[in-house]
Write a protein that binds this ligand. Sequence first.
Ligand SMILES: [Zn+2]
Length: 374
Amino acid sequence: MTHPLKADRRARTRPLTRAPQRLLLLLPLLLACADASREHTARTGSDVAASARAPQDIVDHHVHLLGPDIMRDWRSLGVTFSRPDSVYTSATAWLATQGLGVNRVVFVPMSHLYGSSELIEALDLDTDAQQTRVRRENDHVASEAARLGDRAVALCSAPVLAPWALDEYARCHAELRTAGLKLHLAASGVDLRDDTHLRQLERIAAWAEQFGLPMLLHLDTQRRGTDVADIRRFAEVVLAPHPALHVIVAHAGGSGGYGRWTRSVLGTLLTWLREVESSEGARRPITIDLSAVILEEESEGVPPSTTAERDALRADVRAAGVDRFVFGSDAPVFEPARSAQVLREVLGLTGDEAEAWWRGSAIAAWATGAVPPA
Ligand SMILES: [Zn+2]
């Protein structure tokens, strides 16, 4: 029988199906998905509960919160939400659904969605309206994170090609005291083959490095024709000049799953890192988050991860060292406790290794707010 949420999904996303980029579809689909995965968790809950090594003390480096503007704008485009608004908008309401496993959280705004030309067109936004919405999303997530005290930090997100992007990052840093930047290259319309785009990204990277602010980077532009040479050039132009810049590469460099493209992007980044670190004789503070990399079921056109993909991820993570990677769930798309368990199995971590990994690596000190990243 077709899962009711899946049948529902097609109907509720129809108004947006002409949008060429997956990210526009992503939010409503994934919100529906969050419910589906909750049911999955319920089915497997007894296994998890039975395990003496059920995830605890997780630092989740990738959790999205939505602001009232995004909720309202999606609704105006025909999207419906299947759970109470507070689960998407409130840090405390979301955390209350998580049981005891999640201890500390990096909250990521979706402000970058307002960089998408399709969304701007659909909502008929002028620059002022776009900028106001971006600000309000960032304000909302920062104030929600603050409600959790030292258990949470907020990032600041902006459409990176907007002429005012750096102003917004600077405003977040000065006024909201956000802990770092989110850059979503696909939502922002970045083309890695365009030198002016690379220069803009480099300016943001230079600013982030100067202020010791980490950046969570959704690198995959989801553009046809981009290849690994473009990824390499991004690393050389944007990352190379900034040895102190903290970067967390989201989704292992892709946009979900561990297919051929994501694996080759990750391989390209890791090769560049090996070379630069051996020539500099020091480790770069660059880590990779594994959120949405292993899919238990189809998610927005990306099929469930195959055994070969799981084996490949394990081999690649083991070869580079588990401490190069951080845990993230991409909630509310996926459930942190379930994601933690799945990644533990895929990576073949022992109980002690898993607990250390879930608690995070050097970057976790930043996530706790206890230690500045630089
Ligand atoms: Zn995300």
